[in-house]
Design a protein. Structure first.
Length: 179
């Protein structure tokens, strides 16, 4: 019950703090009644003792509570553009990078949290939960010299959304290992 202003009136809190100040009630009883911890209790008591006439428990938000329609629309546009890339089977992009989306929005002067972007993505169907990682490959090949075991692999992808054709990547890795 951390939100005292929703459960008690200012007058009720004043009565409890005044009773504590006058020695009629113990601190623990006030904390239990209000549902607060010791630190919050002493912060309220200090505020009450310094300005008893203007003491208030009202909550005043220090930042805007809602994003503007323009910001919401821009978040939607960015998510949908990434969704197009993910759904394009010619591209090797399979997941969203919400932190990168947040960085892109910051460059445009839009300040939101990554959690906000993820929440919007979930509501829009632009969310892919992270997959559990597969077990680690546990085979070990021991070779006696460099070049004994070379692994070759290739991949054909449209590596860039701006490319007109698929590119071929051929890699060779020397798995030289000594015990």
């Amino acid at each position: 019950m951390a939100q005292i202003h929703k459960n008690f009136t200012v007058e009720q809190v004043k009565v409890l703090l005044g009773a504590y100040k006058n020695g009629h009630i113990r601190r623990g009883e006030v904390e239990n009644t209000l549902g607060i911890e010791k630190t919050r209790f002493f912060a309220l008591l200090k505020q009450f003792c310094e300005t008893p006439d203007t003491f208030s428990i009202d909550y005043h938000r220090s930042s805007k509570g809602r994003l503007s329609d323009e910001v919401e629309e821009r978040i939607k546009e960015v998510l949908l553009s990434d969704k197009e890339l993910i759904e394009n089977k010619e591209l090797p992009i399979t997941t969203y990078n919400y932190a990168a989306l947040n960085d892109r929005l910051k460059k445009e002067g839009i300040q939101v949290s990554t959690t906000t972007i993820i929440n919007r993505a979930k509501h829009m169907g632009c969310y892919i939960p992270t997959k559990k990682k597969k077990d680690v490959h546990d085979r070990e090949v021991i070779s006696s010299s460099v070049g004994d075991l070379i692994q070759h692999d290739s991949s054909i992808h449209k590596w860039s959304p701006y490319a007109n054709e698929k590119w071929v990547l051929i890699s060779s890795i020397d798995d030289y290992a000594v015990c």
